[in-house]
Design a protein around this ligand. Sequence first.
Ligand code: NAD
Ligand code: MG
Length: 396
Amino acid sequence: MMPSDRPAATADRPRRVAVLGSTGSIGRSTLEVIAASQGRFAVDLLCGHRSVGPLLDQAAANRPRWLVVTDAAAAADIGAAALPAGTRLAVGPERLAELVAGPEVDLVVSAIVGAAGLQSTWAAVAAGKTVALANKETLVMAGPLVMRLAAETGGQVLPVDSEHSAIHQALRSGRRDEVRRVVLTASGGPFRTHSRASLAAVTPAQALNHPTWSMGPKITIDSATMMNKALELIEARWLFDLQADQLGVVVHPQSVVHSLVEYLDGSVIAQLGPPDMKLPIQYALAYPERYAGPARRFDFTAAQQLSFEPPDTERFPAVRLGHEAAARGGTAGAVLNAANEEAVQAFLNGSLRFPQIAELCERAVAEHPFAADPSLEDILGLDAWARKEVRTWMHC
Ligand code: NAD
Ligand code: MG
C-alpha cells in the first residue's frame, strides 16, 4: 500500500475497535472488514453472548486485549489455557460497559441483537466514543436520550444499518434545510407477494429464508413482518433529527438502492450497491474516509432491473405501526420494540402465528401508559412491562 493511501489521522497506528456481538452476522462481517483494512483498524475487544467456540476462534485470529462473554454460565466453560497470550477474559454486561468506555478503545461496533445492546451502546456514547451502530433497537428504545447524550459527550453515532448508511451518504449532497424527505427502501421480505390469508400459515423456516440478505434470525423475522422497516423509521427519525412526516418507505425487492433523500428542488439522491453489509460497516468505521475494501461491487455489465412499489400496510401492518411510533415518539418505540422481541421469539419457538406478531405489538403500544419525555429508567420499566404483557396475552 502506498503511504499516501492512509488517512493522516490513523497513519501512525491502527484505530482500536471493540466489536460487540462479534459472533453474529454483523460481527463476523466487521472482522472481515478489519482484516482487509491494511492496518487501518485492529481488534481491541471481542464480545459474544454464548457461542464460546467461535468466540475463542475469533480471539486466536485477532488477539484482542479483551474477550468478553456476557453470559456467565457460558464463560464458566472457558479455561485460562484457551485464551491466546495477551488476551484477558471478562464476564457479564457490566464489565462490557466498563471496558468499552476505556481509553484504549477508539471505535465501538454495536452489533448485539435487541434491547440487550442498549447498555453497552449507552456506555460507549457516554464515554464520548465513536459508535458504529448496527443495534437499531438502541435508537428505537431511547433515540432522543442517546442523541442528547452524544451531543453532550461529543460521542458520534454512525449508522451501520444499510438504509441509514445510504441516507447518511446521500445527506452529504446538500444542506439539512434543503432536505424535503427521506425514503427508506425495503426488500419486502420472503412474503412480499403472499396473500393476506396465506400469511397466517407461514412457518419460521419460510420466514427465515430471506430473498436478498443473509442476517441473524431476529432481524430476518423482522424483515418478513416488515417490522424491521418500522424500527428503521424510528431509528431514522432520531438519528437524523427528522420530522416523522418527512419519512417514507418504498418496497424495492432487489435491495440494490439502499435508501433515498429527496431535496427541495425534486432531486433524489440514492446510494446503490449489492446487498453486502461490509460496505456500510466499512463506511461507518472509516468515515469520513473511503478506501477500496472487501465489499462486493455493482456489476454494470450484467443486465438487471430495479423496481419500486408502495408497501401494503394491510398485509404488513408493522409499517403503519412504525410510522405511528415514529410520529408519537416518547415511550412508543421502546414498547413496540420489546413486544416485537417477545413475539418474534415466540414465533421462532412455534408458539405464535406470523400475523400475531404485529397484532401483539399494536396492542402493547395501544395499552401502555404513554410518556412523552421518558427517562432511561422509565424506558427500561416499560420494556419489562411490554414483555410481561405480551407473554400473558400469548397464553390467554
Ligand atoms: P446475530 O443474531 O447474527 O448476532 C447477534 C450477536 O449478539 C451475537 O454475537 C450474539 O452472541 C450477541 N448477543 C445475543 N444476545 C446477547 C445478549 N443478551 N447480550 C450480549 N450479546 C448478545 O444478529 P445480527 O444479524 O448480526 O444483528 C445484530 C444487530 O445488527 C441487530 O440489532 C440487527 O437489527 C442489526 N442489523 C443487522 C443487519 C444484518 O445484516 N445482519 C443489518 C442491519 C442491522
Ligand atoms: Mg436495514
